[in-house]
Design a protein around this ligand. Structure first.
Ligand SMILES: Nc1ncnc2c1ncn2[C@@H]1O[C@H](COP(=O)(O)OP(=O)(O)OP(=O)(O)O)[C@@H](O)[C@H]1O
Ligand SMILES: [Mg+2]
Length: 306
């Protein structure tokens, strides 16, 4: 459904997207996971014709985005990272406004708006002004505005930022329903729990580069990290992790006052002994099964979240 090859984009000195490529099959929910500034929005904006790439190719349903952006626009819907709604209009009038931009015949547009309001669970609030909505409700209308023309492909750029878990779940259910109805979805986030819940295939992006991609199982198998032990201390001197690298596991990373060690739980007594030898008092200790966060850490030496 989507083929991206050698895609790049710079803003002056900043190489926001650096030679990335991926393929998305029809009917997939594809996750683009990466920390702040990784290049997720820049990628989505190029795929959705909002931004011109410097180089590379993007095909959507075999149509070239660069040379035939008009045809592409009909196929795609975009949920932008920032909410783009008129606060002083009702939800219904916002959707009427956005729908008119798509050349949908008025009768069909009204039908679509009502169907979508039902889908997102906001039919009973449709006459209320957006400024009276909660953050989660605005996010839902932001999604509705992107699907009024029943696109084949939906780009969603961090659609759950700043909302409570209940609204987030509601949005996940909407995404899953749209996907069951056949929509191909590209979902960006810096929350690994979200891609773990929604996406079968994932690309992890950092500093403009895709550092790895595949199914969740393929990503798990890429690294030897199966379990991570995370230790937190009151304070740490700069190269303390070196001791853990030498004595416990070469995969030990120090971030602020924490040390993350890719290590089986069997090494726990050794870790505690080493802390005692170094006279380091453990403030907190967490044991994690391998997840995308641990994989990201082992590939980049950084944490996904700030
Ligand atoms: N219009 C622009 N002008 C200059 N630099 C930009 C512009 N848009 C993005 N950048 C830079 O490109 C890099 C990638 O930004 P981008 O917005 O794509 O990241 P992101 O992964 O979406 O981050 P976030 O999770 O914070 O939304 C960043 O260093 C950013 O500062
Ligand atoms: Mg972004």
């Amino acid at each position: 459904m989507i083929q991206v090859n050698n895609l790049s984009k710079s803003f002056d000195e900043i190489q926001a997207v650096n030679d990335i490529g991926f393929t998305i099959e029809k009917g997939e929910i594809f996750g683009l996971l990466g920390p702040n500034g990784a290049g997720k929005s820049t990628t989505i904006n190029m795929l959705s014709t909002i931004l011109q790439s410097d180089s590379g190719t993007i095909l959507i349903d075999d149509i070239d985005v660069k040379t035939n952006s008009k045809a592409c626009k009909k196929l795609i819907g975009v949920v932008p990272q920032e909410i783009s709604l008129y606060e002083d209009l009702s939800a219904y009038d916002n959707l009427l406004f956005w729908g008119k931009l798509y050349d949908i015949p008025p009768k069909k547009l009204k039908e679509n708006i009502n169907t979508i309001l039902d889908l997102i669970g906001l039919s009973d609030r449709k006459k209320d002004l957006i400024k009276t909505y909660s953050g989660g409700m605005k996010r839902r209308i932001n999604i509705a505005a992107a699907i009024l023309h029943q696109p084949k492909v939906l780009f969603m750029d961090e659609p759950t930022v700043g909302i409570d878990p209940q609204s987030r779940n509601h949005i996940f259910e909407v995404i899953e329903t749209l996907n069951e109805q056949g929509m191909t979805i590209i979902y960006t986030t810096h929350y690994m729990e979200e891609v773990e819940r929604l996406c079968e295939r994932i690309a992890i992006i950092d500093s403009g580069k895709i550092i790895t991609q595949g199914t969740q199982t393929e990503l798990q198998n890429l690294t030897n990290v199966k379990e991570t032990i995370e230790l937190e201390f009151e304070s740490l001197s700069t190269n303390t992790a070196q001791n853990f690298k030498e004595k416990i596991s070469h995969d030990a990373v120090q971030i602020d006052n924490k040390i993350s060690i890719a290590s089986n739980v069997k090494n726990l007594p050794g870790i505690i002994t080493l802390c005692n030898e170094l006279e380091m008092e453990i403030k907190d200790l967490t044991f994690k099964k391998a997840n995308l966060e641990a994989i990201f850490l082992s590939l980049t030496g950084k944490q996904l979240r700030d």
